[in-house]
Design a protein around this ligand. Structure first.
Ligand SMILES: *Cc1c(COP(=O)(O)O)cnc(C)c1O
Length: 381
């Protein structure tokens, strides 16, 4: 198997524009936290329709501080879907809180509202809604219910950026929206992320927690260096070093400018996948793709012969993988006992196919040809 010739699962999309944006930062040079981050934050807020954005070095950082700023009592509980990336639940443990694993829906891979209500107890302080693969959670049900229970709502938007639900951007439904700009995600800066909120008090805390817990923004202090005591700040919180820097912000701002086009490219590829797979006998979809104003990160198929199918694709030069094994199966989460029959059944069938905006037509055709072959000779596998 020649792995270097294999069709990749993900690939960041960039051109000379990103490279020029970085060169620009080096001219100054001011590589760390500074004006490029501010510029990105302003533009992201405008794009997503939120009052505030804090640029960060990852979505994991965003999830961590979305919980940390509330200083919840130890061992309080956070409702989280059992099928999500490890960081969503790790953020709960970082805060000495306990995850309550909620099952997913049968007709999509998102947190089940029915099971959410069932698993809720008085000890719960927050709910994490993960828009799995970019498919929106039923935020119109989750948010009003959570507000009645006094729960903080955190949207993990690592799988989407610019997608909407009922005409409202994902990330703006809850109290916090957390985004990832990791190498494989929708916007790609190598590593990076941000958090959005409507609430000024939360915003100030998020800023402080993302920069050592300081009371003052270091760039603003720098701008006021004519003042006698420009150097003064206080440490108000136990903060972290989670800020975005100018280099990452320069790439992120360039990618943000292209995002609408990148998302429509993704939609076109998914449409081709859907057209090419609609009549298959041994495959189904994990949810009904709604491609208007959407942003999907993954194209997933379901098949009972999942492992054999992945092996077959790999042998034919096509990367494929599984998103994801339910978290309660992992040793670290085993002690948080949970019932999750839907996820148990579903995850065994999930296969993610290559999806990135530079995927060539010839590559999509090859992938579809192989999927159809597997379907036709399914019984032989
Ligand atoms: C990738 C991912 C994260 C973490 O993103 P980073 O930017 O790598 O920290 C969090 N949640 C989900 C659902 C993810 O897929």
């Amino acid at each position: 198997m020649n792995l270097s010739k294999q069709i990749r699962l993900f690939k960041p999309s960039f051109n000379q524009e990103e490279i020029n944006a970085i060169k620009d930062v080096f001219k100054k040079p001011w590589l760390g936290y500074g004006p490029k981050v501010k510029e990105f934050e302003k533009k992201f807020s405008k794009f997503i329709g939120s009052n505030y954005t804090v640029g960060l070095n990852s979505c994991t950082a965003a999830l961590h501080i979305a919980l940390a700023i509330h200083k919840f009592k130890k061992k309080k509980k956070v409702l989280v879907p059992c099928m999500t990336f490890s960081a969503t639940a790790a953020a709960i443990l970082y805060n000495d809180l306990e995850p309550v694993f909620v099952d997913i829906n049968k007709d999509d891979l998102n947190i089940s509202f029915e099971d959410l209500k069932r698993k809720y107890t008085k000890d719960c302080v927050a709910v994490m809604a993960v828009h799995f693969a970019g498919h929106p959670c039923k935020m119109d049900k989750i948010v009003p219910w959570a507000k009645k229970k006094n729960l903080i709502v955190i949207e993990d938007c690592a799988h989407t950026c610019g997608g909407t639900y009922k005409n409202k951007k994902l990330g703006t439904w809850g109290d916090f929206g957390c985004f990832s700009f990791e190498d494989k995600k929708i916007i790609s800066t190598g590593d990076g992320g941000c958090i959005i909120t409507k609430n000024k008090k939360y915003y100030e805390l998020l800023k402080s927690f993302s920069f050592h817990g300081w009371s003052k923004d270091p760039w603003e202090r720098h701008l006021k260096r004519k003042n006698d005591k420009h150097w003064f700040y206080e440490i108000k919180n136990l903060g972290f070093k989670y800020n975005m820097n100018n280099l990452i912000a320069a790439i992120a701002t360039t990618q943000l400018k292209k995002l609408v086009n990148l998302n429509s490219d993704r939609i076109k590829i998914i449409q081709k996948y859907l057209n090419g797979t609609k009549n298959l006998k041994n495959f189904s979809y994990p949810f009904e793709f709604n491609l208007t104003k959407s942003c999907y990160w993954l194209f997933i198929l379901k098949t009972k012969k999942r492992d054999k199918f992945i092996k077959f694709l790999k042998a034919n030069g096509i990367s494929a993988t599984v998103h994801l094994m339910p978290l309660p199966y992992h040793p670290i989460y085993k002690k948080f006992k949970a019932n999750f029959p839907n996820a148990k059944e579903t995850w065994k069938q999930l296969v993610s196919l290559p999806l990135f905006t530079d995927l060539k037509l010839s590559e999509i055709s090859l992938i579809l040809k192989k999927v159809k072959f597997f379907d036709k000779y399914y019984n032989k596998f």
